[in-house]
Design a protein around this ligand. Structure first.
Ligand code: UD1
Ligand code: CA
Length: 449
């Protein structure tokens, strides 16, 4: 946005969170509050974030580019926070968009609208407001008879009469830079919190007959501030519902959406069904025809067409089409599963490649392994991949059949078309097309006593 600078206030501790982590670093649907706010103003010429409480931690958590950080050493209030930017903006004569670091659901479009109304009306200050039945702790908008804004009064300092006002301050504003800083020099901290309120500039400017207007949005949820973990949960729930609604409109079936959690970063094609009590996170991509859940957790995976993932934990894996996973499988990162493979109940796969049409159907652990095509892994088979210090590889060739309850002591290489007898402990390589038995012969003895 031309000749417009964005300032995000994020120096506060967030006392009401009662947390060692600064408030703005808590996450809504997997994304840090401050990241969402910074993304709203990504396209601005200049973005300034005012940091203070645990500033180093906040700074290094922000991945949005080209941000200028300004320190507010003591958290003396939102007005004082904006004042800290004066030095670096002393030659700036354009408009300032001020955002609260704790209002993450705000839409880019709304900010754009706020700025254009401000410019069109040639206002000195424009505040984003909303009417709500429960204005609780929000600042109240006091209007003049002509509809312009006279003042913003904080809930704690408001008379009973003013408390009845239902129009609230979102904490999002556009100011003419010069007018704002000159008014900021006149704010005082003689209020119930003993803070320098940014909101006090409104009555100062209004007394100077400067034009202050309000732009009202009808979506309260968009402007909700997150001041405690209850509000965090409310915001997350709202976002979660929005993401699911968008998915449903795009052709994804979500059964019992109240129990489903999908992050915004997830991509899901049409004709996927998400069953109840399922969590899908990160940069996961799911192709059409899949059934995910019930009771599944999928994080940062690519999932091909027509895959089923039932009651399983799957993360950082690449899964090709027509694969069946679960119930109760654990697929760990850096695993690749080729088409038509089947990973069954109580099987764990770690950092391994599973070939096309290979079956690991029951009670197995496959770690650091490369399995070819058309292999059958019998129930209870495990790779012994760890010697206490290092991890070792297991390789199994196409078409082999590993009998139940086999131990494969790595490093070990099993050829193609091999048959391993049930109950074997395999410690040496097995060449192609051989039978390996590595267990004691059964003996039958006379029963004593
Ligand atoms: C503020 C507004 C209130 C509005 C509400 C909307 C003031 C005085 N009040 O109240 O009218 O209805 O937001 O959500 O502004 N901050 C600093 N340094 C400080 C104090 C605060 O950077 O010294 C930052 C916080 O990190 C936060 C923002 O300013 O991101 C707002 O502060 P907060 O304490 O949350 O204000 P509210 O009480 O919510
Ligand atoms: Ca707040």
């Amino acid at each position: 946005m031309k000749n417009t600078v964005a300032i995000i206030l994020a120096a506060g501790e967030g006392t009401r969170f009662n947390s060692v982590t600064p408030k703005v670093l808590h996450k809504v649907l997997g994304k840090m509050i401050i990241e969402s706010v910074a993304e709203i103003v990504d396209g601005f010429d200049k973005k300034i974030i005012v940091v203070g409480h645990k500033s180093e931690l906040v700074k290094k958590s922000i991945s949005v580019q080209n941000v200028v950080f300004v320190e507010q050493i003591k958290q003396l209030g939102s007005g004082d926070a904006v004042k800290q930017t004066e030095k670096i903006l002393k030659n700036f004569t354009g408009d300032l968009v001020v955002l609260s670091g704790d209002v993450p659901l705000l839409k880019k479009k709304t900010v754009g609208k706020l700025v254009s109304v401000h410019k069109k009306e040639k206002a000195v200050a424009t505040v984003l407001t909303c009417e709500t039945e429960n204005p609780s702790h929000y600042g109240r908008i006091v209007r003049n008879s002509d509809g312009t804004v006279k003042a913003i009064v904080e809930a704690k300092d408001a008379s009973d009469e003013i408390k009845k006002i239902k129009e609230i301050n979102s904490g999002i504003y556009v100011f003419s830079s010069k007018e704002l800083f000159s008014a900021l020099h006149n704010i005082k901290n003689d209020n119930s919190k003993g803070e320098y309120y940014l909101t006090d500039v409104m009555s100062i400017l209004s007394r100077q007959d400067k034009k202050i207007i309000a732009y009202k949005t009808d979506d309260f949820r968009e402007i909700m501030g997150i001041n405690n973990r209850y509000e965090l949960a409310l915001a997350e729930n709202y976002m979660r519902e929005k993401v699911l609604e968008n998915l449903m409109h795009s052709g994804v079936t979500v059964v019992n959406p109240d129990t489903v959690y999908v992050e915004e970063t997830v991509e899901i094609e049409k004709d996927v069904t998400i069953m109840p009590s399922t969590i899908i996170k990160g940069r996961t991509k799911i192709r059409s025809g899949c059934v995910i859940g019930p009771f599944s957790y999928v994080d940062s995976c690519t999932v091909g067409k027509n895959v089923e993932i039932r009651a399983s934990f799957v993360y950082g894996a690449e899964i090709a089409e027509d694969v069946q996973i679960g119930p109760f499988s654990h697929i760990r990162k850096e695993t690749k599963i080729d088409k038509k493979a089947r990973i069954g109940n109580f099987s764990e796969i770690k950092k391994s490649t599973i070939g096309e049409n290979t079956k690991v159907s029951h009670l197995s652990y496959i770690g650091d392994s490369i399995l070819g095509k058309n292999i059958n892994i019998g129930a209870g088979t495990i790779t012994c991949n760890y010697d206490g210090k290092n991890k070792h590889k297991t390789e199994i060739g196409d078409g082999s059949f590993v009998g139940s309850n086999t131990n494969l002591v790595a490093p070990v290489k099993i050829g193609k078309g091999v048959l391993i007898a049930a109950g074997s402990t395999i410690t040496h390589n097995v060449p192609d097309n051989k039978l390996a038995i590595a267990r004691q012969r059964q003996v039958i003895k006379k029963r004593q006593g």
